[in-house]
Design a protein around this ligand. Structure first.
Ligand code: 0GY
Length: 290
């Protein structure tokens, strides 16, 4: 099946980063796609990606100087989590997963995923990626996964936060926000919209945030200096609740980012060795491996 028109495959030849992550570093946001011949994409998907199989992900992990991955189920595979679980099984304990499920998921499937290393489910609120799921359905899913102590990963766009805040802050689990809540970098770190998100993080100690995806928000482009103040503000204010992810293979970006440049962005948002260790090792280990 051809890729969606305009779909950009991942960078074929990323540069070796100058920044060397500390031993045991975890990339907490990446995906696997297919291979389609073995793990077909979902009929209800909103885009058709390129194949991005586990072998390529693990090779990139090693090349970039990382030790572990958290593989997030992407919408092109929808509720068929087999490609992600297959990758967990091949990772020799060095990968955990975040699933996407509907109410129809069985308790056996949940137990199977938990045993394989799944540590949470993702609620995706982006209309361009998924169909709407009523909140009461999501609440029932939360109840069912609580026995595994799973986290809820949420992907929303910042203008939608006011409408989601009551729902999100009522969640009884750890809540992990994707991509800094996707602020509009043109508005600046101090803009009320972004500060509302900081206040939410401040008031709710169960909220964590991925300081990931500068390439999705940048206006200036690489090396993403216009996004760095947003990441740095979160890392410095919430040093024990931030994690980092590459987002490989970068679904739906217009220009495939150089993954080496994304790794070299890390010291811009976490300028000290201590902050880097928390961001890349201590925090993700506490969240996914304890
Ligand atoms: C991401 C972002 C995107 C895609 C998905 O589930 C997905 O398909 O997450 C996106 O298009 O913004 O987190 O990788």
């Amino acid at each position: 099946m051809p890729m969606s028109p305009g779909y950009v495959p991942f960078h074929p030849n990323p540069s070796k980063p100058k920044y060397k992550p500390p031993p045991g570093a975890v990339d907490t946001h990446c995906h696997v796609f297919g291979p389609e011949a073995k793990f077909p994409f979902a009929p209800e998907r909103k885009y058709t990606p390129c194949d991005a199989p586990k072998e390529k992900l693990f090779a990139l992990r090693d090349f970039l100087g990382f030790d572990k991955n958290v593989i997030v189920q992407a919408s092109a595979h929808s509720k068929d989590n087999r490609a992600m679980v297959d990758a967990l099984g091949a990772a020799s304990g060095r990968a955990k997963g975040i699933a996407f499920v509907g109410e129809e998921v069985t308790d056996e499937e949940l137990a199977w995923m938990n045993k394989a290393g799944v540590r949470g489910v993702r609620f995706n609120f982006l209309k361009r990626l998924v169909d709407y799921t009523p909140r009461d359905v999501l609440q029932r899913i939360v109840k069912r996964v609580q026995k595994f102590d799973w986290q809820i990963v949420v992907y929303f766009e910042m203008p939608d936060l006011p409408g989601l805040e009551d729902f999100l802050t009522a969640l009884p689990t750890i809540v992990v926000v994707d991509h800094m809540g996707t602020p509009d970098v043109k508005k600046g770190v101090d803009h009320p919209e972004n500060q509302r998100f900081h206040r939410l993080m401040d008031r709710h100690g169960n909220f964590w945030v991925k300081v990931s995806c500068p390439e999705r928000m940048s206006v200036a482009g690489p090396p993403y200096d216009d996004v760095a103040p947003f990441g740095r503000a979160l890392v410095e204010r919430f040093p024990d609740r931030v994690i980092w992810g590459s987002d490989w293979p970068h679904p739906n970006v217009k220009v495939a980012p150089d993954d080496g440049v994304l790794v070299d962005y890390i010291p811009k948002i976490a300028p000290t060795a201590e902050l880097q260790r928390k961001l890349l090792v201590d925090n993700p280990m506490r969240l996914y491996w304890s």
